[in-house]
Design a protein around this ligand. Structure first.
Ligand code: ADP
Ligand code: ADP
Length: 230
């Protein structure tokens, strides 16, 4: 079934003389359970597209639907992981509390929220760091916490914007493998934006290639076998 439908989506920053069309009439769908990567040159509108899908910025034209429902604000069955992990975690909350934080707005009781957070931290291999604070962790571990937090809400759709671009190569490999494993185990639908073709082919079962701005979809590739690392 179709998880995400993006139809004629446009986003323009500013107005009048200074108006800049960052996304121009893009359309595509993502099937449930797919790990779709969007790859394209810097500045072609990838982040803007992702933020519009997330309901964080309003499209100037077109629509976004999540399992058939039109997205007009940030939907509660969607989670986003950004590149900048250092700004996405609360420094005054422990790792466990950070992961639990978004669940406050769910209907889950306290014990269930705790269990969910613990489970998500276990999935990213960070059970031992539960009571630590973000600043006590390496960058790669902080991004793991961000991923755990996104997974804890069991989102129907996980949006990721260059999630591994700010970590060193070794950590990036680890996090890519982690994402692939968790995605298969939990069947999460993922849409991941990257400027790194290698990463898109390693991670994605589908790769959408965007041209430079104003971006068009110049290729929509099905990746039959996951790439292997040497
Ligand atoms: P990408 O993620 O592919 O690098 P972005 O979506 O970040 O591209 O940016 C697309 C274009 O929109 C770029 O030209 C960028 O400078 C511009 N842009 C991004 N954010 C803003 C903003 N808040 N205000 C004005 N222009 C922006
Ligand atoms: P990325 O390429 O990783 O998407 P950018 O470096 O394009 O990120 O943008 C970083 C931040 O700066 C974003 O929040 C974006 O909205 C903002 N930004 C980018 N270009 C512009 C611009 N021309 N005017 C105002 N803000 C911008």
């Amino acid at each position: 079934s179709t998880m995400l439908e993006v139809s004629g989506l446009s986003h323009r920053y500013g107005s009048g003389e200074s108006a800049h069309v960052a996304v121009n009439e893009l359309s595509f769908t993502v099937e449930t359970g797919q790990l779709a990567c969007i790859v394209g040159p810097s500045g072609c509108g990838k982040s803007t597209l992702l933020r519009a899908i997330a309901g964080l910025i309003p499209p100037t034209a077109g629509t976004v639907s999540l399992h058939g429902d039109r997205v007009t604000s940030v939907p509660d069955d969607l989670a986003v992981v950004f590149q900048d992990y250092s700004r996405s975690l609360f420094p005054w909350l422990s790792v466990a509390k950070n992961v639990e934080f978004p669940l406050r707005w769910s209907k889950l009781d306290k014990a269930t929220r705790r269990a969910r957070a613990a489970e998500a931290l276990a999935a990213v291999g960070l059970s031992a760091a539960e009571s630590k604070y973000p600043w006590q962790l390496s960058g790669g571990m902080q991004q793991r916490v961000s991923i755990a937090r996104a997974l804890a809400s069991r989102p129907a759709l996980l949006l990721m914007d260059e999630p591994f671009a700010s970590v060193d190569a070794q950590t990036r490999f680890e996090l890519e493998d982690l994402l692939r494993r968790v995605q298969v185990e939990q069947g999460t639908t993922v849409l991941l934006v990257t400027h790194d073709i290698d990463e898109s082919v390693y991670l994605g079962d589908r790769v959408l290639v965007l041209s430079k701005s104003p971006a068009r979809i110049v290729a929509d590739l099905k990746v039959d076998l996951p790439a292997q690392r040497d």
